[in-house]
Write a protein that binds this ligand. Structure first.
Ligand SMILES: *Cc1c(COP(=O)(O)O)cnc(C)c1O
Length: 393
């Protein structure tokens, strides 16, 4: 069984590039170039240097002593929350801005829902002095005012998507339209392990720095490279893909994926994509997707803006279908409780997305000598108002 993308852009039954004819030249240019660019020594050198000096990598692998005691197993947290801009997303935007430069592009577009990817994109565009346009649903612009302000402060233009439900998928449509109209000078930075091939593979490779570091960090701390489990929350699936990547073919490493159950998997208000989803096409790839009987995409819901996505990256659909990964879904309430628990046991306030992964201990029991690595994908500063309202702090 292979968990790598094949030459046609598929992970098993999932992936591919389902795009309008007019987008073909752009995607094809990227497909032909991305691996060559990523393998160039000058690219690697600049990428590694920026990850070190700008992002602050390697991120620590922290042994969470009190959390480990409580659940009677050995828990390590991979501290992506300590990256510049507060989450893993910047690993990918640094990589893609360097690819864009190598391709000779001088204009960047992106779409964003909660604004986190928009901020990570605006950040690297400022870093490189490149024009940045971020499409965002009109409703999301109202809901996520602090991130809109951040993008503007960083010099990006935020363009409202006013059609449809005025949220992420409408912003995506606008970005695609822009790319069709500006094929020569523009690169489209997609923010998760989704989109038409080669995006899921390219994003996964940029995020794979997470598992690359986990391996040597565990060797230093435990004398072995492979943990017993790696665990991550899944929105589109980029922090998870990066956390799993170097363990996919290591059969002794258990892979655990945690999705957002919102108010309950069967409540009609959830984002438990793999469990509720059926095969369909979203954002240019074939994957598991929440949809109605006649194929309309269902509006997802989660208290966490970053997990509120109706699809999941094609790699994860493949891991689900083949049984390589175990999938769990965690409700808003259980995630919030796990976020509070980590804050008070370890002095770390996690992003609510990451809190979903931390809630795994309600659903799964580990052995005392298991080494369990959890991706702490982001920090909770951006979620403070949600925590305040929820806990009446
Ligand atoms: C965006 C985000 C996620 C979800 O995105 P993935 O692509 O699934 O990783 C998870 N955690 C944080 C902190 C985020 O900002």
């Amino acid at each position: 069984m292979s968990y790598q993308v094949n030459e046609n852009g598929y992970y098993g039954d999932f992936g591919g590039a389902y795009i309008p004819e007019m987008l073909y030249p752009n995607v094809e240019e990227l497909r032909l170039a991305y691996l060559n660019i990523m393998n160039e020594p000058s690219f690697k050198q600049e990428f590694d240097q920026l990850l070190k000096d700008y992002v602050g990598r390697p991120s620590p692998l922290y042994y969470a002593m009190r959390l480990s005691e409580k659940y009677n197993t050995k828990v390590y947290l991979k501290r992506e929350d300590l990256n510049h801009t507060g989450a893993h997303k910047v690993n990918n935007t640094i990589g893609q801005i360097l690819v864009a430069k190598k391709l000779g592009k001088n204009r960047i577009i992106a779409e964003t829902g909660a604004g986190q990817h928009g901020v990570a994109t605006a950040t690297v565009c400022a870093l490189m002095g490149i024009e940045c346009i971020v499409y965002m649903g009109e409703i999301d612009i109202k809901r996520q005012a602090p991130n809109v302000a951040r993008m503007k402060m960083l010099g990006a233009e935020v363009r409202p998507a006013k059609s449809g439900s005025k949220t992420l998928k409408d912003a995506t449509n606008e970005a695609i339209r822009d790319w069709i109209n500006n094929p020569v000078d523009t690169h489209y930075i997609i923010g998760s392990a989704i989109g038409p091939h080669p995006y899921p593979d390219m994003v996964t490779r940029f995020q794979s720095i997470i598992s690359e570091e986990i391996k040597w960090q565990l060797r230093e701390k435990e004398g072995r490279e492979n943990p017993d489990y790696v665990i991550a929350c899944i929105g589109g699936g980029s922090n998870a893909a990066g956390t799993y990547y170097h363990f996919l073919d290591e059969s002794t490493v258990g892979i655990i994926a945690v999705e957002a159950a919102g108010k309950g998997v069967n409540s009609g208000e959830s984002a438990a994509t793999s469990q509720l989803g059926k095969e369909g096409i979203i954002h240019g790839c074939k994957t598991l997707l929440m949809q109605t009987a006649d194929g309309q995409i269902t509006e997802p819901y989660s208290i966490s803006a970053g997990l509120d996505y109706p699809g999941v990256g094609p790699l994860h659909s493949h891991l689900y279908k083949t049984g390589r990964a175990e999938f769990f879904s965690v409700t808003d309430d259980d995630a919030m409780a796990a976020g509070l628990e980590l804050s008070q046991l370890e002095g770390i306030i996690p992003a609510i997305e990451s809190s979903h992964a931390l809630a795994i201990f309600n659903d799964k029991k580990f052995q005392p000598d298991d080494i369990v690595v959890i991706s702490l994908s982001g920090r909770g500063d951006k979620d403070l108002n949600t925590y305040i309202d929820y806990f009446k702090l």
